[in-house]
Design a protein around this ligand. Sequence first.
Ligand code: SAH
Length: 231
Amino acid sequence: MAAQANRVVPMSEWEDRWQEGRITFHRPDVHNLLQKNLNKAICGRKEVRFFFPLCGKAVDMKWLADMGHTIVGVELSEKGIKQFFEEQNLAFNEEPVPDIPGAKVFKSTDGKISLYQCDLYKFSSAVAGKFGGIWDRGALVAINPCDRQKYATLLMSLMNNDCKYLLDAVEYDPEVHKGPPFCVTEEDVKNAYGGGCDIELLECEDFHHENFKKWGLDSMTEKLYCLTLKA
Ligand code: SAH
């Protein structure tokens, strides 16, 4: 972590990635750990409101919406949001967001999926309420390490009392690759969320990707946590 503590990725870099199609973080399939741990997230509830921070065009949003859940995502890139609706064959409307100057919300016409195009740090429960579920993949690990506490505090403020927050983090030698994704250890998760949440480790597995080789890594360790608000 110390090796990456001061690294800052400007917001313009993310937009450039979308414009140039450098989005190797995107996965064409529903995330295996979300599928495997869906029951942990749903807990028998119906029509759960899910929050997707830094959502990109994650196909998991459509997958959950098709099960009857409602999705709210936040993403900086309008290009990414439009690609989501187009690739998922969903008709959508575009509206301004009264609470956030300059922001737009893109809503599927069936009302199940709403994606806010803005800086995450401008978003709050005043805009879209609180949530019963959160899927955080490529989000905590994508934000700048110096913003981690601010991010965790915001995410916790979006949790309903019954919220299940599934957090997917990666660990590797931070001296070898500079990130993103940044290395987020169990200790980092405890430091960021331990004050407000109980933290359960659900999964721990090594995974391989062709990209890791060019970063000098053989594999990363992926850990999935379930966070719930302390009673
Ligand atoms: N969760 C998605 C995307 C991961 S990449 C997935 O798993 O595929 C991180 C995404 O966050 C990028 O699409 C980037 O454009 C977006 N992003 C980065 N900083 C942001 C910010 N401050 N506010 C909103 N979106 C941001």
